[in-house]
Ligand binder design. Structure first.
Ligand SMILES: [Zn+2]
Length: 222
């Protein structure tokens, strides 16, 4: 038998400098449960910004911003460490308000892919899977319905990212193009963002969990 590969090391940040989601404890518990179940990755969750530094990132495969918000006060050295981590092949996963984070730092905006604009719809709506052949969305039905707080973005990221999920605008009686999850390559690194995750129920949903598990593997290039 070939040796099993070393688990992917995920460093999960849930620090907030703005809105704080009630779903943060469930998000952390979900990630711990998924890591225990999958055994393909480990998760270290932190709220301590000082944990995000070059030496810590040297033993990290995937940096995850889950439900972060606001202008997290990273210093210039930390910002350099985050950018070089991704540019040199590290993985990034952003969930929900990860786009409501660090508006004043354009390099971060490039890594996550967009900045939050507003959330016009908090209701059940239909989500379209645009690419069912991608390793992250494999096995999903063509569309599904869920209760969420659906985001729009300051600029539509579609020209610079690969969209995996989008809102079915008709299901909220709207018109337009509303991407909800995407991937992109940043330097040598890979980035995945999913705008869902406002409610505990989303984190507890099997399809959401499988996407995160798949995304961790994809951004880690495993
Ligand atoms: Zn929210």
């Amino acid at each position: 038998m070939p040796p099993s590969p070393a688990p992917i090391r995920v460093l999960m940040l849930t620090a907030t400098a703005g809105f704080r989601h009630d779903s943060i404890p469930v998000a952390r518990q979900t990630m711990a449960d998924l890591a225990a179940r999958a055994s393909t990755f480990t998760v270290t969750a932190t709220e301590t910004l000082a944990d995000i530094n070059a030496s810590r990132l040297a033993s990290t495969d995937v940096l995850m911003f889950a439900l972060t918000s606001g202008e997290l006060p990273f210093d210039a050295t930390q910002k350099d460490a985050i950018v070089s981590f991704v540019m040199n092949g590290g993985g990034y996963v952003g969930i929900h308000s990860a786009t409501d984070t660090l508006y004043q730092w354009p390099d971060y905006g490039r890594i996550v892919g967009a900045y939050f604009k507003e959330h016009p719809w908090t209701q059940e709506a239909a989500v379209t899977i645009e690419d069912r052949g991608h390793p992250i969305t494999t096995g999903l039905a063509a569309s599904f319905r869920l209760l969420e707080e659906f985001y729009t973005f300051q600029q539509n990221p579609r020209p610079s990212v690969h969209v995996l999920l989008s809102l079915d605008a008709a299901s909220v009686l709207a018109q337009g193009d509303f991407p909800l999850a995407w991937t992109q390559t940043v330097g040598q690194g890979r980035s995945y963002y999913n705008a869902l995750g406002h409610f505990d129920s989303t984190w507890r949903d099997g399809w959401f969990q499988s996407q995160i598990t798949n995304a961790i593997r994809w951004v880690a290039q495993r």
